[in-house]
Design a protein around this ligand. Structure first.
Ligand SMILES: *Cc1c(COP(=O)(O)O)cnc(C)c1O
Length: 431
C-alpha cells in the first residue's frame, strides 16, 4: 500500500490519499490542545486589535481585526464543471486569505499571532502593560525602544517571512528572515524595504529553518518563530475556524449530517492547514471533512502521514525535487507535530501538478476576476476531484455520498494580494 503511494508520488501522478487513521471525532482527541486554547488566542487578537488599528490604518474599518471574506463563486463552479468535469453539485465558496490585510496571505493569521503573543509576554515582563489597560500605547516610542532591543528570527519560503517581518518591524523589533532558495525576489525586496534583514540560502526550506534556529539560539535577546513545532502559530491559524463559523451563519450555510462541509486547504509544512483543521473539527466534528492539497513534487505531508514517518522522511528521500512554482508550499519535510495532531482527524490529501495550478489560477481570474498566487490554487484540486474515483469510497464510508447535492465546499485561497503587477501578468500568461 505504502509502496503504491510512493510510486504514485515518484511518477508525479495527481491523486487523493485517503487517511485510513481518521476516527470518529472526539473533542479531546489531542488533550494538549483544546477549544479553550483557541478561545484564548481569539481573545488575545481582540486585545491587540486597538494596537493593530494604530499600526496599520487599513485595518481601521474592521476595528483592528484582520479577517478575509467568504465569497460564493458560482461562476467558478460553473467553469470547473464545464472545463474540468468537476460535477460539483453543492455550493462553492472561496475563503479569501489571498486578501488578508497587511501581508496578503494565510500567514497573517499564525505569523501575526505569534509575534503578538511574544509581545504580550515581553511587555508584561518590562511592566509596559497594566492590568485592564488597552494595548494601543505599545506603539509609543518608549515601548518600541524596549522591543528594539530584541530580535525576532524566522525561516521562510516567503510568506511567513513577510508576515513575521511586517508585524515585527512595525512593533520596532529587529528582524532576521532566513529565506530558502524558493523565495521570490520581490518578497525579499519588500522585506528589505521595511528594514528587515534577509539572509538567503541556496538550500531548501528545512535548512533555512535549521540555520535560523541555530543563529537565534546564539543570542539570548533573540526569539525564533519555529514553523516546524510552534503551538502559537498553530493556534493563531485555528482562530480562523471561529471566524468562519460566524460568516457561515451570516450567509445561512447549514452544517449537519445532511449538509456536509468540505474544506480544501493548501499545505506546506502543515501549520496553517493543520491549525485551521483543528479549529474546524472542534466546531463541526464529524460534519466537516478537511482535505489538504500539496504540489506533487513537494507532497511532504502526504508522504509523512501515509508512511507514518512524519518528519523522518522527506520528498527528496524518494527522489522528488521538492521544487514547485507554488513557493508557499515548497517544503520537503513536514511538521511532525502537525502530522501527529492530524492523524485522527484529517480526511485526506490531494496532490496536484504545477501546470494544473496555473489552469485553476487562470480559470479563477477569467470567471471571477479574482487573482491568487499559484500556491493558493491548490485547494481547487480537492473540489474538482471529490466526486471522482479516488474519493468514492471515502464518501460512502463517511455516509455523505447521498448528500453531496447539499454539500458546501470551501476552497481556502491562501495568498496573492501582494503579488506585483508584472508577476501577475506572467502567471496569467503561462500555459
Ligand atoms: C505557507 C503557505 C501555505 C501553507 O502553510 P503551511 O503552514 O506551510 O502548511 C499555503 N499557502 C500559502 C500561500 C502559503 O504561503
Amino acid at each position: 500500500m505504502q509502496d503504491a503511494i510512493i510510486r504514485k508520488l515518484q511518477n508525479g501522478t495527481e491523486f487523493l490519499w485517503v487517511n485510513d487513521h481518521k476516527c470518529r471525532y472526539r473533542p479531546d482527541f489531542y488533550p494538549a490542545l483544546s477549544m479553550e486554547d483557541i478561545l484564548d488566542a481569539q481573545d488575545r487578537l481582540q486585545r491587540f486589535a486597538p494596537l493593530l488599528e494604530r499600526l496599520f490604518p487599513e485595518t481601521k474599518k474592521t476595528n483592528g481585526i484582520i479577517e478575509s471574506a467568504l465569497t460564493p463563486i458560482d461562476r467558478m463552479k460553473q467553469a470547473l464543471n464545464d472545463k474540468f468535469h468537476a460535477n460539483i453539485a453543492g455550493a462553492l465558496y472561496l475563503k479569501q486569505d489571498n486578501a488578508l490585510a497587511v501581508s496578503g496571505s494565510v500567514k497573517a493569521r499564525g505569523g501575526f499571532y505569534e509575534v503578538l503573543y511574544y509581545t504580550e509576554q515581553l511587555a508584561k515582563h518590562h511592566h509596559l502593560l497594566q492590568e485592564g489597560e488597552e494595548y494601543s500605547h505599545l506603539a509609543d516610542k518608549r515601548c518600541r525602544d524596549v522591543f528594539g532591543q530584541y530580535t525576532i528570527q524566522v525561516g521562510s519560503t516567503g510568506n511567513l517571512g513577510m508576515s513575521i517581518g511586517m508585524m515585527s518591524a512595525a512593533l520596532g523589533y529587529r528582524v532576521i528572515v532566513h529565506m530558502s532558495s524558493d523565495a521570490k525576489l520581490w518578497k525579499k525586496q519588500l522585506l528589505r524595504d521595511k528594514g528587515v534583514t534577509v539572509i538567503e540560502y541556496a538550500t531548501d526550506y528545512s535548512e533555512a529553518v535549521n540555520q535560523g534556529r541555530r543563529e537565534s539560539a546564539k543570542d539570548p535577546m533573540s526569539y525564533f518563530v519555529d514553523d516546524e513545532n510552534s503551538k502559537q502559530l498553530f493556534l493563531g491559524y485555528s482562530v480562523a475556524a471561529l471566524r468562519l463559523r460566524k460568516q457561515m451563519a451570516e450567509q445561512n450555510i447549514t452544517v449537519d449530517a445532511e449538509h456536509p462541509l468540505f474544506v480544501y486547504i493548501p499545505c506546506g509544512i502543515g501549520g496553517a492547514p493543520g491549525g485551521i483543521t483543528f479549529g474546524l473539527k472542534q466546531l463541526f466534528g464529524e460534519h466537516v471533512h478537511c482535505f489538504f492539497a500539496e504540489p506533487s513534487e513537494a507532497a511532504c505531508m502526504l508522504l509523512g502521514m501515509a508512511t507514518g514517518l512524519n518528519s523522518d522522511i522527506s520528498v527528496q528521500d524518494i527522489g522528488l525535487s521538492g521544487l514547485t512554482d507554488a513557493d508557499g508550499l515548497a517544503v520537503g519535510r513536514p511538521s511532525s507535530f502537525v502530522g501527529t495532531v492530524m492523524k485522527p482527524i484529517l480526511s485526506g490529501i490531494f496532490s496536484v501538478n504545477d501546470a494544473t495550478l496555473y489552469d485553476y489560477l487562470r480559470c479563477l481570474w477569467d470567471s471571477e476576476a479574482i487573482f491568487v498566487e499559484p500556491s493558493a490554487c491548490a485547494g481547487f484540486q480537492g473540489v474538482v476531484n471529490i466526486h471522482g474515483n479516488d474519493a468514492r469510497a471515502y464518501l460512502e464510508n463517511n455516509a455523505v455520498a447521498d448528500n453531496m447535492h447539499n454539500a458546501t465546499h470551501i476552497v481556502w485561497s491562501t495568498g496573492g494580494d501582494l503579488v506585483p503587477e508584472v508577476m501577475r501578468k506572467e502567471y496569467l500568461a503561462l500555459r
